[in-house]
Design a protein around this ligand. Structure first.
Ligand SMILES: Cc1cc2nc3c(=O)[nH]c(=O)nc-3n(C[C@H](O)[C@H](O)[C@H](O)COP(=O)(O)O)c2cc1C
Length: 191
């Protein structure tokens, strides 16, 4: 059976980011369940704040990001929570990817025909849950993506990982693994 290609994206580039840690853990776990994993950082795709007058310029990094997503069957996003929503960094990247078009592309080409999974980590008590609600709305309603229903929000993120950067709480760790397994299973069905 061919291995599903999964792209892992943290919605933060902060030094010491909990969501970069969560993305790294997702990449490790996905590899263990036979996915071919690529992990990227938005730091490698700097983009201006989206503005419609810039559309015609089709920034190279927006195209590169879109092509990177399209080269994978599934996408995992670790989403921090800012002001009860997603980070501007993540929203801006999604907006750009939703706008750049190459010849023959249907609308929202990078979002359709692949499987998305989302999770969050926050030092707060809700674990960034509201960012997941916002992200699900953006991806599903805004971009026509299929997002699996399983999702994990990790509260008290500053104390949630051990020295190996694994999730300490067994129940949460199991839920996270189950989410990733479902991502791989659903991705296989869509390949
Ligand atoms: C502008 C701003 C708004 C924030 N709003 C929230 C919030 O609504 N809920 C929450 O749980 N944390 C909030 N936080 C705290 C972030 O969750 C925290 O900084 C987290 O570490 C960011 O993710 P990262 O570690 O992956 O960079 C906010 C942080 C900033 C800078």
């Amino acid at each position: 059976m061919p291995m599903p290609k999964i792209l892992v994206i943290p919605g933060s580039t902060r030094t010491g980011s909990h969501n970069v840690k969560l993305a790294a853990l997702a990449a490790k776990e996905l590899t263990l369940i036979d996915a071919e994993v690529t992990r990227i950082s938005f730091a490698d795709y700097p983009l201006p704040i989206y503005e419609a007058d810039l559309d015609a310029r089709q920034p190279a990094n927006a195209l590169a990001l879109k092509q990177m997503i399209m080269a994978h069957h599934g996408v995992f996003i670790a989403s921090p929570e800012y002001s009860a929503s997603v980070t501007p960094l993540l929203k801006n990247a999604i907006d750009w990817v939703s706008r750049v078009r190459e010849r023959g592309d249907p609308t929202y080409a990078a979002f359709k025909g692949r499987v998305f999974a989302i999770a969050s980590a926050s030092p707060g008590r809700a674990g960034g849950l509201r960012s997941l609600m916002a992200l699900r709305q953006i991806l599903e309603l805004g971009c026509g993506a299929f997002v699996i229903p399983e999702q994990v929000a990790i509260p008290n993120a500053d104390q949630a990982f051990d020295e190996m950067d694994d999730i300490i709480d067994t129940g949460t760790a199991n839920l996270f693994r189950a989410e990733l397994q479902r991502l791989v299973d659903m991705t296989r069905l869509m390949m």
